[in-house]
Design a protein around this ligand. Structure first.
Ligand SMILES: *[C@@H]1O[C@H](CO)[C@@H](O)[C@H](O)[C@H]1NC(C)=O
Ligand SMILES: *[C@@H]1O[C@H](CO)[C@@H](O)[C@H](O)[C@H]1NC(C)=O
Ligand SMILES: *[C@@H]1O[C@H](CO)[C@@H](O)[C@H](O)[C@H]1NC(C)=O
Length: 344
């Protein structure tokens, strides 16, 4: 069967009289295909030079030796890929026209700075990649407008050392944050820890400082270790005695170490508490003493008040019963009993 097919193919190929028509047919089909791909209305604004735009609203400009942000971008662009170029700046004006942008990959460029207004209008942006750039710091409001941001990758910026504590405070949709392999020594987690859907954080490959500045970060890793990618490579860059130790193992250790500094206040507190207890003891002992003395006096007074009646009663008893001490046996006993009763 195969042999027959091959043979037939060969026979067909060997028929020179059919070739011209086959070629022209192919040409026509190609022409129809090219004409058939009607440009989507959204893309009529054009496509930036050296980029490829498709009807899925994707603009692909990766690895084109671009040094500036591409111009003449279709306004309805949803995905923009400008990775692997040498772009030094994201111009806020041009970028913020793209209000439908959902996906922005700026990785592997030469971005040194991102201003507060850079992402001002990108409220639909869900994915942002700023990895492999030369960023040094992230300001307070930089990511503030990105209320739909789900994934932020900002790895491999060798000089990135400063991320403002409130940088992520408004990114309440953030699920994945990766700041691995930067130059960070401290990270204030006060805004991160409140993000409701955050489930993956990459911190490895930074020279973390394992002292009291990072106590909260270390504790967070220790308590919620499952959230941290490459937790085994998230290690201290200093101080020298802790270099190479995992942050996640140090949380409790740092907590006790860092709160020793407050010892003097603690001691003061304990001294105060001790004094209060001592004073309370003394006062209560004194009060009990006073109460007992008063009670004793009261009892004495009462017995003194009762004494005369008893004496009368007693005097009447033996006086009438016996004239003298001779009949001491029956009445003497009774007298002793009576006096005993009264004293007690
Ligand atoms: C970055 O882009 C350059 C081309 O501009 C490429 O040669 C290099 O491999 C890229 N690096 C990474 C880490 O993707
Ligand atoms: C990283 O930060 C340290 C200071 O913490 C600095 O000396 C070093 O030059 C920085 N590295 C880069 C690549 O900027
Ligand atoms: C972290 O940042 C918050 C808000 O800016 C601030 O109140 C807090 O003191 C900071 N924590 C540390 C340990 O620096």
């Amino acid at each position: 069967m195969n042999y027959n097919d091959n043979l037939r193919g060969q026979v067909a190929n060997n028929k020179p009289q059919y070739q011209p028509s086959a070629q022209s047919l192919r040409l026509i089909i190609l022409l129809i295909l090219v004409m058939g791909v009607a440009p989507s209305p959204a893309l009529t604004a054009g496509c930036p030079a050296r980029c490829v735009c498709d009807d899925q609203l994707v603009v692909q400009c990766a690895g084109q030796h671009l040094t500036t942000f591409p111009t003449e971008m279709p306004l309805s662009t949803r995905q923009l890929i400008i990775s692997n170029n040498r772009i030094i700046e994201l111009p806020p004006l041009q970028l913020n026209y793209l209000s439908d942008l959902v996906y922005l990959d700026c990785s592997n460029n030469s971005l040194t700075e991102i201003s507060e207004s850079t992402f001002g209008n990108l409220r639909k942006l869900a994915y942002l990649d700023l990895s492999f750039n030369t960023l040094a710091r992230i300001e307070d409001r930089t990511f503030g407008p990105l209320s739909s941001l789900v994934m932020l990758r900002m790895t491999d910026n060798p000089g990135l050392w400063d991320i403002h504590p409130d940088s992520f405070a408004e990114n309440s949709a953030l699920q994945v944050l990766d700041v691995s392999r930067n130059n960070m020594t401290v990270l204030n987690i006060s805004s991160l820890i409140g993000l409701p859907t955050l489930r993956s954080v990459g911190l490895s490959g930074n020279p973390w400082s394992c002292d009291c500045d990072n106590e909260d970060l270390c504790l967070w890793i220790q308590v919620e270790g499952f959230k941290f990618q490459d937790e085994g490579q998230t290690v201290c860059g200093g101080p020298p005695d802790l270099r190479g130790q995992r942050l996640g193992e140090l949380g409790l250790q740092l907590r006790s170490r860092c709160h020793q500094g407050l010892g003097s206040w603690d001691y003061l507190f304990f001294i105060a508490i001790g004094f209060v207890i001592f004073a309370a003891g003394t006062v209560s002992a004194w009060a009990i003493g006073v109460v007992m003395v008063l009670y004793e006096r009261y009892v004495k007074k009462k017995s003194e008040q009762m004494d005369p009646e008893d004496e009368v009663e007693q005097g009447a008893g033996p006086g009438t019963g016996s004239g003298g001490g001779h009949d001491a046996n029956p009445h003497g006993n009774g007298g002793l009993k009576n006096t005993g009763h009264i004293v007690v």
